[in-house]
Design a binder for this molecule. Structure first.
Ligand SMILES: *Cc1c(COP(=O)(O)O)cnc(C)c1O
Length: 493
């Protein structure tokens, strides 16, 4: 299938080639030229076919690659997950389920896509006979970084460099990154917040001197951020998989609607749910849950995107974002795929920090999306509340979704069965989870992990426990307006 740029539909190429490019040359994001219809098998899965089969079918709708190749690709990508289901669906209450997206090697939902992306990229390098190797640059608010490092580790013809905000990530997230092994990966801290890191990386992509250096080294730049179409597509699979499971266990009949609740930052995960809907998944309402950085809540409720506000550090750091890049893909649809309109909104955002969408567009969105937010105090209450009521432990990001879903139920009375996306293991955020459960402040993340394990009789994941004894391999730090030196050193090593 072909994809085209949100800012100019004449910029068109096969989806597999767009995986190599990352962002479109005009600064837009690649979107499918049209939405394929889901195989019925993706929603009505027979019980013998597992998650990798659904994932291969979804990939096959977008990428011109033989099904057998995609089958072995997804089987390999998900072989390392610590659950045979890959994405287990747990019952919380009545028709409410939790979709556990954190069973991959780095314990966050990013693994579902970032175990696939490097493999797609290698297929792309072959298919388009690109002689150069890929240099992947990525800014992270915490989880993308580690998942990208793990996904690209020692993958031939690729290297990956990750930038993270120096005090914007949780201790376990930081340790996961700075202890990363692999001959082709690097990590650099940035003095600033996530938006600073993301802006800095975007600048590298247009820095002529830097790009010339990259070329001289026989490489080209690519991105593992969620703007890459190769990250978006694999995420469609778990929404279909969850639906198939609800049909299989009799919670719903085939064709019935389901609500999905998604803790949201860069708008990538929930956009995949929207794409699944466009392809035929009977998703009723998509509930967009934000933390105190509630730009998206205001966008859906008021029709105004306004990034001119204070950046708030919260205990759900992977959602501490004021510029949600993937929203551009939704904007493209609400203006009926008019690149000129999207260009206008994006120019206003860059120049004035804000833009409005027409009232009619906002009303249409209100039928498909519901958006709300909660602050850290409510997030903590949700962690404790879910534990006390169901004996189930959630991480702070998932807790935001739980809380916002509670608000939605109360306001709407909508009893449609719902699936809450659980995006990370609570063991990535032990200090905050422990404090939320007990009121006790324990600064040391490992001490908190031990207490959490005893208190809840759950096991500390091995990849967390081992962090304590792994050597720190990456200690570079860059000023936010100069990522180029650090990137240059990585290139030259
Ligand atoms: C990345 C992330 C999110 C936000 O996902 P987006 O696709 O950026 O909206 C939520 N929770 C966790 C744990 C994450 O790592």
């Amino acid at each position: 299938m072909n994809v085209l740029s949100t800012r100019d539909d004449a910029l068109c190429m096969p989806a597999l080639r767009a995986v190599l490019e990352g962002i479109a040359p005009d600064g837009g994001l690649f979107v499918p030229a049209d939405f394929p219809s889901l195989d019925r098998e993706c929603l009505l899965r027979d019980s013998r076919a597992g998650y990798p089969e659904t994932a291969a079918r979804i990939l096959g709708h977008f990428f011109d690659v033989e099904r057998s190749v995609l089958r072995s690709l997804t089987a390999e990508a998900y072989a390392g997950f610590d659950s045979p289901d890959v994405v287990p669906l747990k019952k919380l209450d009545g028709g409410v389920r939790v979709m556990e997206l954190f069973h991959g090697p780095t314990l966050a939902f990013k693994d579902l896509a970032l175990q696939i992306l490097p493999r797609l990229l290698c297929l792309g390098l072959e298919a388009f006979e690109r002689g150069e190797d890929a240099l992947v640059l990525t800014a992270t608010s915490g989880d993308t970084g580690k998942a990208a490092l793990e996904g690209f580790r020692d993958v031939p013809r690729t290297s990956a460099l990750v930038f993270y905000p120096v005090s914007g990530v949780a201790e376990m997230q930081r340790l996961q990154m700075v202890t990363q092994r692999g001959g082709n990966v690097g990590v650099c801290a940035v003095r600033g917040n996530f938006d600073d890191a993301q802006t800095g990386v975007k600048r590298l992509f247009t820095d002529r001197d830097f790009i010339a250096g990259v070329r001289r080294a026989g490489k080209f730049l690519s991105s593992a951020n969620s703007i890459n179409i190769g990250r978006l597509v694999p995420q469609i699979a778990y929404y279909c998989d969850a639906y198939a499971k609800l049909v299989a266990d009799g919670t719903i009949a085939y064709g019935d609607g389901v609500n999905f609740v998604v803790p949201t930052g860069n708008f990538g995960n929930i956009l995949a749910a929207h794409y699944a809907r466009r392809m035929g998944l009977p998703a009723r309402r998509l509930i967009c849950a934000s933390n105190s950085n509630n730009v998206l809540t205001d966008f859906f409720n008021r029709g105004e995107y306004d990034a001119r506000r204070e950046f708030r550090k919260t205990m759900s750091p992977s959602m501490d974002i004021l510029v949600s890049s993937n929203l551009e893909r939704l904007l493209y649809e609400i203006c009926d795929r008019d690149g000129a309109v999207v260009r206008g909104w994006m120019a206003a955002l860059a120049e004035e920090g804000r833009y409005d969408i027409p009232a009619a567009a906002r009303e249409k969105l209100a039928d498909e999306f519901y958006a709300d937010f909660c602050d850290d105090a409510e997030t903590g209450e949700a962690i404790r509340g879910v534990w006390e009521k169901y004996g189930y432990l959630v991480d702070p990001h998932t807790a935001v979704a739980v809380r916002v879903y509670g608000k939605y139920r109360q306001r709407s009375g909508d009893k449609t069965p719902a699936v809450i996306a659980s995006t990370a293991s609570p063991y990535k955020f032990t200090a905050d989870v422990w404090r939320s459960l007990t009121g006790e402040a324990v600064d040391d993340a490992f001490e908190a992990a031990g207490r959490l394990a005893d208190f809840t009789a759950t096991a500390i994941p091995a990849s967390i426990a081992e962090l304590k004894n792994l050597p720190v391999l990456h200690d570079a730090i860059a000023e936010k307006d100069n990522l180029r030196d650090a990137a240059g050193r990585f290139l030259g090593r």
